[in-house]
Design a protein around this ligand. Structure first.
Ligand code: NAP
Length: 297
């Protein structure tokens, strides 16, 4: 039987429509809308394209959006001053600094200078701690893990008591999603195992998973015989495996052998069109959440 596809493109559309509706209601009630500033340092084409997408999405939702572009040679002190300005701006609810930053600037110093209550990327150590505590303390969840959890929930996958295996232990995907799935609450209450390059029998762990979340960055790492029949497979990997000569676009592959896996599991995310489109949607949701928190609505 072929698995049901969990489409990030479709879920993203639904989330953005929900956010837009809430923004309209907020405007009616308070006269205010969520405010997001995106700070772009330098002119790396990849960073410009990520920032452009975020800005366009924010504007389409009716956010107050500031794209603050800064030159490549901005000093750390100037950048910290800029962050301080937005930390104290009541119309700004989310501050996003596009990474990577030029070498004269210490990323960690910059990210920890953001007011944790405006840290919509949720990379600040305070937000990492809040995530660990869980419940209402966790105001923001980092965007990619939040997108993964949303896909699991919206696909109707039971998480309570489920065996979740997370392949990868990075700070931006593996560790936070593992912690989120282990918390008490809706879309969580799972029994979680994290596996990585030092794990002895990767296949045996994966085979136990009711929900398998793979974020390794290794194309085709997960073989069909590692997949439990009927399980839900979330493939976070985005790997460039070649170039389409006609379109000039990169050919992308996930970390799971998709064609074979979809004949075994019950639900699966494709690459592209799976977790990828969810990240910006969750960033918008975090900014809305921050505005609601600040405006007490
Ligand atoms: P990362 O920082 O490179 O971490 C990869 C993790 O996978 C590490 O913990 C590593 O283990 C583990 N790993 C690598 N090879 C393995 C193997 N052969 N067996 C078992 N474990 C292995 O990567 P990341 O930032 O989490 O990203 C992972 C993938 O997700 C990448 O393809 C990335 O492009 C993609 N991604 C997608 C999105 C999105 O769609 N929005 C967002 C973020 C990332 P060790 O710790 O032992 O080295």
């Amino acid at each position: 039987m072929t698995a049901e596809l969990i489409s990030g493109t479709e879920i993203r559309k639904a989330i953005l429509a929900e956010v837009k509706e809430e923004v309209e209601q907020m405007k009616e009630k308070t006269g205010k809308v969520p405010g997001l500033v995106t700070i772009l340092v330098g002119s790396s084409p990849a960073s410009i394209s990520y920032v452009t997408l975020k800005v366009k999405t924010a504007i389409s939702l009716g956010f107050h959006e500031i794209q603050d572009d800064q030159p490549e040679d901005i000093s750390e002190e100037e950048l910290l001053k800029l962050i301080d300005k937005y930390n104290n701006d009541p119309d700004i609810h989310g501050i996003l600094v596009q990474l990577p930053l030029p070498k004269q600037i210490d990323d960690k110093k910059v990210l920890t200078a953001i007011n944790p209550d405006k840290d919509v990327d949720a990379f600040h150590p305070v937000n990492v701690g809040r995530l660990m505590i869980g419940g209402e303390e966790a105001i923001f969840h980092p965007c990619t893990p939040a997108g993964i959890q949303e896909m699991i929930v919206r696909s109707g996958t039971e998480t309570s008591g489920a065996e979740v295996v997370v392949v990868g232990r990075s700070n931006i995907v593996g560790k936070p999603i593992a912690m989120m799935m282990a918390q008490k609450g809706v879309g969580a209450n799972s029994t979680v195992t994290i596996v990585h390059t030092r794990t002895k029998d990767l296949a045996a762990h994966c085979l136990r998973a009711d929900i398998l979340i793979v974020a390794a960055g290794v194309p085709g790492l997960v073989k069909p015989e590692w997949i439990k029949p009927g399980s839900t497979v979330i493939d976070v990997g985005v790997n460039r495996i070649g170039m389409n000569e006609k379109t000039g676009k990169a050919i992308l592959s996930g970390d799971v052998d998709f064609e074979a896996a979809k004949e075994i599991c019950g639900k699966i995310t494709p690459v592209p069109g799976g977790v990828g489109p969810m990240t910006i949607a969750m960033l918008m949701k975090n900014t809305l959440k921050s505005a609601k928190y600040a405006l007490k609505v």
